[in-house]
Write a new protein. Structure first.
Length: 317
């Protein structure tokens, strides 16, 4: 594709289908620029991609792949039966991924549903991932994965996986630099294998996740934690509802400093809010924690976590 290309179907009945027995690794739709000159103003909308995975025996298909892309929109897609990442944009700037329906079936297990990625050599920022429906999730991947990108809004998405294969509903992960200014707002996440929302620095504090807002999300039925902060700093976690997490409702660990955790509701988790490791100078206030079995703790702070403030939290059980 060239800059300014518009690929517009007439709706779900416009179908791009992978042929039987293709058995190769490729992208169904591909657009790519370079670090010197990005590809821009791409519009792809109102299409169905059928990966036809039941009739493949090898290779890996990606639904939509973009690289060094800017000011482009992917919306109103119905993508199913893909066994690779469904939508992936490397080195994205001002990308909008909106109102897509991404579905896995028993014959196709994709990795991430939506992935934005940079290795830190190229600043990637100001993206929007909004209003997408992701069903059956990703095998050992995430519904939405922000890898190294900045100032990206993830809002109003519905992510569910009743097979409990998805590692995280939404993940923000650092690369060789600290991502900052991302917003995760108003998403509904249910039945994931590990974390509903996961902020994660794989270097354990060298490149912490900075100034993320995690606000107004609803997370239910996770087999792991509701919200997990690992080396996340200056994060705001507020107004979230977490129900029936098999592990902690909100878990803060590994040099997660200077965060505000307030006005959240945690129901029937295996531990309400936990500060572990050397997580310092956090404020935990006005949270409501309910344990109907009365067998867990409301707030737990390890001996290595210092200078934290607790105020006006409510517990019942």
């Amino acid at each position: 594709m060239a800059t300014g290309t518009m690929l517009i179907g007439s709706g779900a009945g416009t179908v791009l289908k992978v042929a039987n027995a293709t058995n190769q690794t490729f992208d169904v739709i591909n657009f790519a620029g370079s670090a010197a000159k990005s590809i821009a103003d791409i519009t792809i909308t109102d299409l169905t991609i059928d990966g036809n995975e039941a009739n493949q025996s090898g290779g890996e298909r990606t639904g939509v792949f973009g690289e060094y892309a800017a000011s482009s929109t992917i919306k109103n897609f119905n993508i199913h039966d893909i066994n690779g990442t469904v939508i992936v944009i490397d080195y994205p700037r001002q990308i909008v991924i909106d109102n897509n329906k991404l579905t896995r079936t028993a014959t196709a297990v994709f990795t991430d549903a939506i992935q934005l990625w940079t290795d830190g050599s190229y600043d990637s920022y100001d993206n929007i991932i909004h209003g997408n429906t992701i069903t059956y999730g990703a095998y050992s991947g995430s519904g939405v994965n922000l890898f190294g990108v900045d100032r990206t809004v993830v809002s109003g998405n519905t992510i569910t996986d009743d097979q409990l294969l998805m590692d995280s509903g939404i993940q923000v992960r650092s690369s060789s630099r600290s991502p900052y200014g991302n917003s995760i707002t108003g998403n509904v996440i249910s039945n994931v294998k590990n974390n509903g929302i996961f902020l994660y620095d794989a270097s354990s504090g060298t490149y912490p996740i900075l100034t993320t807002s995690v606000t107004g999300n609803t997370i239910t039925g996770t087999a792991g934690r509701g919200i997990h902060l690992s080396a996340a700093q200056k994060t705001t976690v507020t107004g979230n509802v977490i129900d029936d997490a098999a592990q902690e409702g909100i878990y803060v660990v590994v040099t997660s400093h200077d965060n505000i955790i307030s006005s959240n509701t945690v129901w029937d988790a295996n531990g309400g809010i936990v500060l572990d490791g050397s997580s310092n100078r956090n404020v935990i206030s006005s949270n409501r924690i309910t344990d109907t079995a009365g067998t867990s703790y409301a707030i737990s702070i390890s001996s290595g976590a210092t200078d934290n403030t607790l105020a006006n939290n409510f517990y019942s059980g």
